[in-house]
Write a protein that binds this ligand. Structure first.
Ligand code: ADP
Ligand code: ADP
Length: 226
């Protein structure tokens, strides 16, 4: 089943920068696609447009038959984790994680239990009652990941979500992500700079080049394993 498609998508920012040119990609339901490529090749731009947070200037993007903007406004199908944690500063950590389920009208006790479970998975149970300002950058990121995972979105968009984490936390979140992906049959687009992470996690790798119009998906990569 087709989950998402990018058809000759282009993005030119207002200052004239071409961030993406004729980018095409087809994503099946259940795919876990990593985007690899040099800084500035348009990975974040592609993800932001897929999230419905930014609009392409050319081409078409579809998410389960809708435009990303419609999907964002009318459904709970899309979840994203970007480099900024974007937590609500006036809500405690646990309350931030509970939010997506509260918005769906979940029963308070169950919502709290599920939010706590996910907080424990990201190693922040003891910080449930802290405010975001009391946390380090990496900890805020973990809260942001927890908040997104709790919602179990059909499509998950992640922009270098683990880059700022220590090795142990990274590994536990990676395996948690794989569990949830499998269990929920999620479709994931994942931006990373880490080739090993891409190979370990994903079903396909989209290699993007900074030369306009170049995208090759499913490349085999020779890994210099240590
Ligand atoms: P990547 O995620 O691969 O590093 P980005 O999507 O962030 O690449 O950026 C692609 C190009 O678009 C870069 O040249 C970047 O400088 C430019 N760019 C990104 N965001 C903006 C913006 N808001 N306004 C202008 N140019 C931007
Ligand atoms: P990270 O690499 O996760 O951003 P830091 O290097 O900033 O973390 O902090 C290392 C550790 O110090 C954190 O895991 C946390 O236990 C603790 N810490 C950092 N900032 C704070 C804070 N404002 N309040 C309480 N503990 C903190």
């Amino acid at each position: 089943q087709l989950a998402m498609s990018f058809k000759k998508v282009g993005k030119q920012y207002l200052n004239g920068t071409t961030a993406l040119d004729s980018f095409s990609l087809t994503v099946k339901k259940g795919d876990f696609i990593s985007f690899l490529g040099p800084s500035g090749c348009g990975k974040s731009t592609a993800l932001k447009m897929a999230a419905g947070l930014s609009e392409q200037t050319e081409g078409e993007i579809s998410v389960f038959g809708r435009s990303p903007k419609q999907t964002l406004q009318k459904t709970n199908d899309i979840g994203f984790v970007f480099q900024e944690a974007n937590l609500l500063p006036w809500r405690k950590v646990l309350e931030n994680v509970m939010l997506p389920l509260e918005l769906r009208g979940g029963r308070k006790a169950e919502v709290k239990k599920e939010a706590m479970r996910i907080l424990e998975l990201v190693g922040l149970k003891e910080y449930a009652r802290a405010y975001p300002r009391e946390l380090s950058g990496g900890m805020k990121m973990r809260v942001s990941i927890a908040r997104t995972l709790v919602a179990k979105p059909k499509v998950l968009l992640m922009d270098e979500p683990f880059a700022a984490l220590d090795e142990l936390t990274r590994q536990s979140l990676q395996s948690e992500l794989l569990d949830i992906w499998e269990r929920e049959q999620m479709t994931i687009l994942f931006v990373t700079h880490n080739v090993y992470e891409a190979v370990y996690l994903s079903t396909s790798i989209a290699v993007m080049s900074s030369r306009p119009g170049r995208l090759t998906a499913n490349l085999d990569i020779d890994l210099p394993y240590p």
